[in-house]
Design a binder for this molecule. Structure first.
Ligand code: 5GP
Length: 125
């Protein structure tokens, strides 16, 4: 089954400039901006400019150039925030997908969350 991309999602509107954002980094293929509802002192969303719904969609269908650009931008942001664990206390990268993943915005994104202890990743059932 193929992904059906909804071009009315919030991040598509941000990419078209219809909704403002606090940009952290921008390249040919990637945009990063502050989450509107930060869950920690640092909370950045990194998104590809292409129309991909989830991480698996992006990894399967994006070009090599898009994929390399995305992850190099991700790394630069983590480094620029000063949160990489080689020099600091680290961060969490999250990418929610679909209903069980509780994905609110159907445009692939990774959250970089940092700046406080984040606890265990999942609650025990
Ligand atoms: P998801 O649950 O899809 O992984 O997370 C979507 C994230 O997008 C949430 O953390 C939410 O706060 C953020 N978000 C939703 N609408 C906007 C918006 O209009 N601007 C920004 N910057 N972030 C948003």
């Amino acid at each position: 089954m193929a992904y059906d991309y909804d071009d009315q999602n919030i991040f598509a509107k941000i990419l078209r400039g219809e909704i403002p954002n606090k940009t952290v980094a921008e390249t040919d293929h990637t945009l990063a901006f502050a989450d509107i509802s930060p869950q920690a002192p640092h909370h950045v969303l990194v998104i590809p400019k292409g129309a991909y719904v989830t991480a698996d969609h992006f990894a399967a269908d994006a070009s090599d150039a898009e994929i390399v650009d995305f992850w190099r931008t991700f790394a630069k942001i983590a480094r620029d925030l000063g949160v990489t664990p080689d020099t600091s206390d680290g961060y969490r990268m999250i990418s929610n997908a679909g209903v069980h993943g509780v994905q609110e915005v159907p445009h692939f994104h990774v959250h970089i969350v940092a700046g406080r202890p984040l606890g265990r990743m999942l609650q025990a059932q």
